[in-house]
Ligand binder design. Sequence first.
Ligand code: SER
Length: 904
Amino acid sequence: MSGVNEIRSTFLKFFADNGHEIVSSSPLVPRNDPTLMFTNAGMVQFKNVFTGVEKRHYQRATTSQKCVRAGGKHNDLDNVGYTARHLTFFEMLGNFSFGDYFKERAIELAWKLITKEFALKKDKLLVTVYHTDDDAAALWKKIAGFTDDRIIRIPTSDNFWAMGDTGPCGPCSEIFIDRGEHIWGGPPGSPEEDGDRFLEFWNLVFMQFEQVTPEQRLDLPRPSIDTGMGLERMASILQGVESVFETDTFRHLVEAAASALGQGPGKDNIASYRVIADHLRASSFLISDGVLPSNEGRGYVLRRIMRRAMRHAQLLGASEPLMHRLVWALVREMGQAYPELVRAEKMIEETLQQEETRFRKTLDRGLAILDEKSAGLKKGDMFDGDTAFTLYDTYGFPLDLTQDALRSRGIGVDLVSFDDAMERQRQKARASWVGSGDTASEAIWFPLREKLGATEFLGYETETAEGVVGALVRDGAAVDQLKPGESGAIVLNQTPFYAESGGQVGDLGVMLGEGVRVRVTDTQKKAGDLFVHLGTVEQGTLKAGMALQLDVDHGRRSSIRAHHSATHILHEALRQVLGDHIAQRGSLVAPDRLRFDFVHQKPITPEELARVEDIANNVVLENDEVTTRLMGVDEAREAGARALFGEKYGDEVRVVSMGKTAREHGQNALGWSVELCGGTHVRRTGDIGLISVTSESAVASGVRRIEALTGNYARKHANDAMQLAKNAASELRAPLEEMPARIAALMDERKKLERELSDARKKLAMGGGVTGTFLTSEAPDTADFRGQVGDGIILVGEVRFFRRSVSGIEMKDLKSLADEGKRLVGSGVVAIVNTAGDGKAGVVVGVTSDLTARYNAVDLVRVASEALGGKGGGGRPDMAQAGGPDGAKANAALAAIEKAMAGA
Ligand code: SER
């Protein structure tokens, strides 16, 4: 029993047999602690259980926890490769009691495991206790039978364990093994304690307090236990080797590196192999937990680790990127215990290869400068900080890489001039934002950005996390607090809230702290990468420095993801149907809809749109995984990723790909749709559910817009449409499928009826009767036309006057009626007033050609128009028309014409 995998399972089984729940490792990026860079101990995931805030269904637990100690309070990066025991990534085996057993049982269990299960020799072991912890000392005496000289009292923080500046903490007791005189080093507390002879392998923390602020320490509700054993250290002990790097896992990783390089390690370069093996583990586990290399925060620590390894690969003479060629070996060693490694294997390989390819472009030149500038230096000298800054700024050498490169020669780096150079560069940046022309209210964000650094976005991986309030802004000015009911902007060190960009709207949700509740109403990005949460304090007083639980509105975000992924799919589907000229011009990705604008010269036909929708939904049904890679912009474009025209991208971009059909058709190696995108996406295309295009329109010359819905929104939209159709069918009392034919038949019939109605009205108008109205003064007394033309004609003097008041006739038909009237009278004047449905009237006056010298139709129609309350009128002497608002005066209008004729 001494392989790493076996030791891990023996430990877990031992504690499971003793009533502990086996709990999986939590991710390396802590979800429940805003102050921690990385999970650095097994107890991190239980932090709130210790303080009593969170309840679990067990009171005892055991874990094998992934840990990284680099870049935070616990930083071992600089030592890795040069000591026998330091690692950036390691596994911590632990047992935990949440208010269940305390010191005595913890020591009993530990003693039994190491002396019985692991069979360590008692006379090689010794322990430390916190100098005031008499209980622990007495218990070790009783349980292990140690004499006082084997129980060393330590007064320093080494024996008072704290996870970070705040959180649960307590005195601790560490167990050491003496590895023999042949190794240099002394017992803990002695001047030689840093040597490797006495190896600490297990830390038992007696959790008793909670550090609330740096000044305030409270008792925990119930004393608890947190222990941490370094798995790799225990393996080195049980395997009888002097260094963690000689244990089975590391041996295999070093062998993989040796075979990739075509040369084995020697005395001079073994440290480089060890750095590579350790950093391969740290990088791979971080990438599999969603951290990607960047220039800030966690991503920068990852980059430092990666580049440090890459420099050592270079030292070993690697002519090609090396790290990505070792991932398979790590997956073989650790994939069974950590399946996330298997799942992310490809992503890890690509990220490592990408970073190494990029870094190698400047590495040689940087190393040449480093060699040249340090050539005259000797042990104890200082390397110029300005040059170290140039290496950092221009050649991508993190400071610790330069320090590492000079370390073997005993040369340090002048940090004062390095910091000066850094400050000068900041001032330059400041000068450029002061002159950037932003409005005063916007200018506040730049100094905040400089003070707080970029906000770390956790929202690709999680929708809940904790964050610390870095700044509060109200009415354009920084404030210390926001009171209940007040609204303002909240900046945190990290956040799962997506800030509006790339067409995707900002997240909403809530922030909770002690007695504080904030409703987040929008999230925006300012000064490049500062995430600004706009919100209202609903309860309590929000203060700068507070730690808050951050919860993104999950349902809304899920729907946004679906709409964003659907936008990518529609983009590619449009390109396939309409052609390669399709280029994105803008988009909106909201929880309840999406909009996509693109270059295309003509309307899209319904058939084309149906094909786009079919293709898009086939990709949804494939349910393929959506993958994200980090790539250089140029590489991404070369790989066929679509970018937004005219958009500025950073050096590195996220590349989102989905869909597999085209991979099979060999169109694009990365996926069917490949786009540069910083947005949030579904895990698999099937999560979109359904894509339904609801409209197609023009937004500008040569730019079309489609709007679409996904998931439940698409389904509801379709259901609503179906319900409308069903309602219509039931109105028509026809089966749904007969609706189109029925509606067409109804429309035909309506047209026919309209025609008939119009004809009937004309006939009635000309023949008098129901719609034609007789005037009371009518005296059709001229025998020779009586009976020919019927009623409605009078003589004005000797002139025949045909007049009608009608209703419901189309204005355009009035003139033809007047012509008809002229034909009937032969010689005379015709006037027809038509009252429309809205009460207004139109009037047409016709004068037969023999009488135009005597009567002008235009004059007569004006007279009528005046009577109808209108003005003017126009036409020719033989035919004119006018209108007026008062249709009730139709008869008065005709009488006015008659009067005018008599007077003429
Ligand atoms: N938290 C303690 C440590 O990390 C014991 O698990 O050493």
